[in-house]
Ligand binder design. Sequence first.
Ligand SMILES: [Zn+2]
Length: 312
Amino acid sequence: MLLKTLKIMTLSAALLLTLQVHAGVSNFFTLQGGQAVANDPDFTGSISDISNRIDELGLAPVSIDVIIIPEDSNASFDSGNNIQISRSMCFPNHMGTMTSCKYAHDVLNVYAHEYGHAVFDKYISAAIPEYAEVKRIYNQMSALEVKPYKTQMTPQQIAANSQEYKALYESLKNNKEHLRIIGLTMAYHEVFADTIAVFLANSKNAISEALYNPSIPAYNTSLSVMWEGRDFGQKHDIETWQHDNAHLLFSPLRSQIGAEECWPTDRQDQIKKLKHLGAILSEQMKKKYAERKRTEIADNRELMEKYKTICK
Ligand SMILES: [Zn+2]
């Protein structure tokens, strides 16, 4: 999940594509150039499969719509009810002249990460009651986002829909208390979503590999931390760690989760560890919210100590 920049919908009315396949995923909307096209059963089947496997972990019930687009360099959970994923994930090089595209299993690992966000969203709701109002706004934004696909709309209706979306976005952006919750929870969100994805793939570098853009290190080696920091198999030393963006802040904890003595041995062990992780993240988030504190790199220490208690 990235903090989504404001997106004004310009999609023309599209046909409704509904495929009732799964409790977690209620609808697939496959879009090409903003127009609905037939779903690709191989891809939607794989997505359903991953959603099922995450649901079966028994962490939290999720109900989402999935919007599939042909190509993008990113994917997102919108904190409401939508996940957007591209069938081909491609990154441009620094000149914009060449793109490198990822394998399907990388794209699906990214989907698992986004679905992990949808699961963790429930943990936030449980830990911070004040999140309910933020969530209510996110849900409304989600509904507006998929409305042009679900119903036939005139250009005027689409414009009004966009205005409504923009007003909701502004109401979030201009509310300091809402922003405080969003800011506080982001890094927790990212580490939990990554953990679901790497456990599901049973690969410590599943996300790191999925996001790796081979053309970038050639001109900017400092960017390599963007991938390496999400590798659970690498040592991200708490004594020296300095990266506090939401995707990297809890990388020392990622190293603890990926440590030999902590890496899950089987599916039951994965469930046990994800539940434990969800509980300790929730506990810390709740405390920091009440104390009006920000999320800091030092918060890794407490989480690493607590996580370790259920390792070998
Ligand atoms: Zn994310």
